[in-house]
Design a protein around this ligand. Structure first.
Ligand code: 13P
Length: 243
């Protein structure tokens, strides 16, 4: 399966950044699927700038309900209408900053699927949980409670302590966790669990992407800081194994 290289811009990016980035990636030769998740305000602009390009767009969150009195929130259908095909859900920054638990993430995933979006559900342990030997247990529990039945989206393994820190788990630890996630997905979803792409996220850079993307059960990357540079994003994409 082709890998998926996804950029999560978080709360970065203004109109001029979107225009420059879109121009740089629009016609880039890629042997991986490319996805950019800018702030919601830029999706529509990106969609226009990327018309005819295979690069896809995603949101960074959506509400669990289709509409209503929820000031500041955005629905899955709104993201889809703006040009998104994917939405990141349950990122650790949302789980921490906005108190999102597994049940909320699951409800959001159901809303995303109902609106025709592909959810990218984030899981990952804190440093304390890893040090306590709890990492796989924590991630399995997040999968069990965050993924709706029949889930056919994407999972992103993002160890919380690796995000924005410049630190990554060892290659052995990434391989072990992705293998454990695959086993959990198959146990939970049956054969369909074998088709879910499992992205690695957390301090992915051009310099470490090749090694990380070559590991067993790594189906791509969810890139934060390095995705703000089109040069770095494309360098990471070009490190994906050609399958
Ligand atoms: P960094 O690549 O900046 O560590 O962020 C990872 C991330 O949180 C992507 O969702």
């Amino acid at each position: 399966m082709r890998q998926l290289i996804a950029g999560n811009w978080k709360m970065h990016g203004r109109l001029a950044d979107a225009a420059g980035f879109a121009a740089a990636v629009k016609n880039a030769p890629a042997w991986a699927d490319l996805l950019i998740c800018p702030p919601a305000t830029l999706i529509d602009r990106f969609a226009a700038a990327l018309a005819g390009s295979p690069v896809s767009l995603g949101g960074q969150d959506c509400h669990a309900l289709p509409q209503g009195a929820h000031t500041g929130d955005i629905s899955a259908a709104m993201l889809a209408e703006a040009g998104a095909s994917h939405v990141i859900l349950g990122h650790s920054e949302r789980r921490v900053d906005h108190g999102e638990n597994n049940a909320i993430v699951r409800a959001k995933a159901e809303a995303a699927i109902a609106a025709g979006l592909i959810p990218i559900i984030c899981v990952g342990e804190t440093e304390a949980e890893r040090e306590a030997g709890e990492a796989e247990h924590v991630v399995r529990s997040q999968l069990l409670h965050s993924l709706p039945p029949g889930f056919a989206g994407v999972v992103a393994y993002e160890p919380v302590w690796a995000i924005g820190s410049g630190r990554t788990p060892t290659e052995d630890d990434v391989a072990a966790m992705h293998t454990a996630i695959r086993a959990a997905l198959v146990a939970q979803l049956g054969a369909a669990g074998g088709n879910v792409r499992i992205l690695y996220g957390g301090s992915v850079k051009p310099g470490n992407a090749g090694a990380l993307l070559a590991l067993p059960e790594v189906g791509g990357a969810l890139v934060g800081g390095a995705s703000l540079s089109a040069t770095d994003f494309l360098a990471i994409a070009s490190a994906a194994p050609r399958g």
